[in-house]
Design a protein around this ligand. Sequence first.
Ligand SMILES: C[S@@+](CC[C@H](N)C(=O)[O-])C[C@H]1O[C@@H](n2cnc3c(N)ncnc32)[C@H](O)[C@@H]1O
Length: 252
Amino acid sequence: MDLEEFVHSLNEKVLLDGADSFFSEKENATLQWLVRQTHVRTNHAKMLVGPDEGAFLKLFVRESSKGLSSVRILELGTFTGYSLVCLASAAREKGQGSSVMALEINDELKYLIDSAVTKAGLGHFATVKFGDAKTLMHSMMYKCGSFDGLPDLSASSGEIFDVIFIDANKREYVDYYNLAMPLLKKGGFILADNVLWYGKIAAAESGSQKLDPQTKGIMEFDALVRKETEKGAVESTLLNIRDGLYIIRKIS
Ligand SMILES: C[S@@+](CC[C@H](N)C(=O)[O-])C[C@H]1O[C@@H](n2cnc3c(N)ncnc32)[C@H](O)[C@@H]1O
């Protein structure tokens, strides 16, 4: 099944299982608590992926890992932990050996992330590492540093993740992609969030808006993914969910 067919089958699942189960698998008690806490304690609640994309991430991991015995996920940009809880729930469904490694630069968010993960009972399936995502991925690539929750890096090929979710600094998406590819298994997926960037990409393309560094970062990323797709290194498609989610499958 190619990527378009796979995404189409996910869409069918959404429709067949009912817009019902997809859209009504809204937020469990932990996610509702986390949304409230995020509003109370931060000024950036709009950064949360929210219920529809959160449900989609979980569904995506479940469906894309069907032929695997376990699933290993890397998340870049955790914020207060909403997408982490969704991804780690999918890892828990998959069972032993499955996990999410989350990278977040702001350690002041530790309390909220830890509380959400604990409340959701996902402690065995989620590990958060605080620091710059690029530096941490670099350490993984060169197999230095210790990463609880990951297999022995020195004994592995380096291609350790089945899914990498990119949602950190929009200026750095190109760097994240270049660091993610060697860490991703062949056939694995990169999911990149906010690629429509609240309409700013369309505005920039029509020349009606000056380019800010984040918009520029996403546009450069989009150009890179197109080039990689043409080269046959990846398959890619853009899903018009929330602020745009790129789905990229590594071919070689
Ligand atoms: C859009 S938010 C992530 C939202 C989160 N995925 C969710 O659904 O709740 C982006 C996060 O990336 C983090 N971030 C920004 N630059 C980063 C970097 N260089 N390394 C790691 N995290 C970074 C920010 O601190 C912020 O928490």
